[in-house]
Design a protein. Sequence first.
Length: 94
Amino acid sequence: MTTQKYMGKGVLLERLTEQMRTQKNPPSDPEAAARAVLISRGHMKEDGSFTEGGEVRNNMTAEERAKDRAAKRTGKPANAFNYNPKTNMVLRKR
């Protein structure tokens, strides 16, 4: 998977762009589509700079973002989850 090379910190836009590019029906301009998603989420401004919340997300790894999403969804702490980098999914620890 090409998004595997964008797992670290500071590559939020690049990772989302690659995810858009590798979709079943990719948009004609994956980077523009990724920017639109980040703008709609409030993580990026129209000028292409990150908002304060976007900077926080951009400074997280893919694992940290996945655990953060799961923690917000379930109310459990982020350290209650195990991360699978191949699927970008988390499961609760047993």
